[in-house]
Design a protein around this ligand. Structure first.
Ligand code: C2E
Ligand code: CA
Ligand code: CA
Ligand code: CA
Length: 286
């Protein structure tokens, strides 16, 4: 039957697509999760390729669902964005990441100090309160702004360029650094890259994946894109971070291409804060 019974709530119509019911349920659960604070932050190391030194970490949110366990971000971030719940979730990640990095700085001082990177979504970048919440997170934690990096995906940068530019300049005026995430996948930023107030390019995993693969003539595929992005980055005086490094061979090729930093399962997976504290203690010989 196409039409729901009289007086019956549309949500419970018998022929309602179960996917839609699933969506609605998920939405309610996500709202509840925000109220109850069911989120946690994992941290994935970024390594200086030449020395193996731990240069920093990227903060990656997880939802600790009471029944479903640890839910990865790709399963809830899109819904969080469309509902606006990403704003309180993102604020939590920012505060928690700054607090945690300040605690690590105090416990494990290093020179230069480690940085912490936090991802920002489109919705957050649009939010008028963003700059104030970044400032608050820094003040509250006592983290030096120079050690906070905000990551923005390339595809986001051009949606509303003047507004984005204003937001980026305000953020940068706080002293934080900005990274273009997933660089090379957003198609169109090249001509704007010179004008954008960014400091770091994160080379997308899809390009790193091609290193070590077989090319069309059965020889090793040339890492053409990584090489080109690396040259572009150097010409613009940007720091380069290669994402999704899984093999040793990729490390040496990236070094040859003068990519300074890397991140990926080859070095470490994203870890809960306790596990990262242990790793830092080991490295510090404590
Ligand atoms: P991203 O910012 O590109 O983060 C890197 C993702 O790649 C992470 O997935 C990480 O676990 C994964 N990764 C790292 N190294 C490797 C590797 O060697 N191999 C493979 N196969 N994967 C690797 P994760 O944690 O599932 O996050 C997925 C995406 O969700 C992130 O992509 C980011 O766009 C978004 N995200 C995560 N946390 C947040 C957050 O706090 N706020 C917002 N707005 N987005 C977030
Ligand atoms: Ca990122
Ligand atoms: Ca990325
Ligand atoms: Ca990505």
């Amino acid at each position: 039957a196409k039409e729901a019974g009289k007086g019956r709530s549309a949500v419970f119509a018998p022929d309602m697509d179960s996917a839609i019911i699933g969506q609605l349920q998920m939405k309610a659960e996500l709202a509840r999760a925000v109220e109850r604070g069911e989120f946690t932050v994992h941290y994935q190391p970024t390594v200086e390729l030449a020395s193996g030194r731990l240069a920093g970490v990227e903060a990656l949110v997880r939802w600790q669902h009471p029944e479903r366990g640890l839910v990865p971000p790709l399963d809830f971030i899109p819904l969080a964005e469309s509902t606006g719940l990403i704003v309180p979730i993102g604020r939590f990640v920012l505060r928690e990441a700054c607090r945690q990095m300040r605690a690590w700085h105090d416990a494990f001082p290093s020179e230069p100090p480690m940085t912490v990177s936090v991802n920002l979504s489109a919705r957050e970048l649009d939010e008028p309160g963003l700059v104030a919440s970044v400032r608050d997170a820094l003040e509250e934690s006592g983290l030096d702004p120079a050690h906070l990096v905000l990551e923005i995906t390339e595809s986001l940068l051009l949606v509303d360029l003047p507004a984005t530019m204003r937001a980026l300049l305000e953020l940068r005026a706080l002293g934080v650094r900005l990274a273009v995430d997933d660089f090379g996948t957003g198609y169109s930023s090249l001509s704007y890259l010179e004008d954008l107030p960014v400091d770091i390019l994160k080379i997308d995993k899809s390009f790193v994946d091609r290193i070590g693969k077989t090319g069309p003539d059965d020889g090793p595929a040339q890492p053409v894109m990584v090489s080109a992005i690396s040259k572009l980055g150097h010409a613009l005086h940007l720091q380069l971070v290669a994402e999704g490094i899984e093999q040793e061979e990729q490390v040496s090729t990236l070094q040859e291409l003068a990519c300074q930093y890397g991140q990926g399962y080859f070095f470490a997976r994203p870890l809960p804060s306790d596990a990262l504290t242990e790793l830092l203690a080991e490295r510090a010989g404590q």
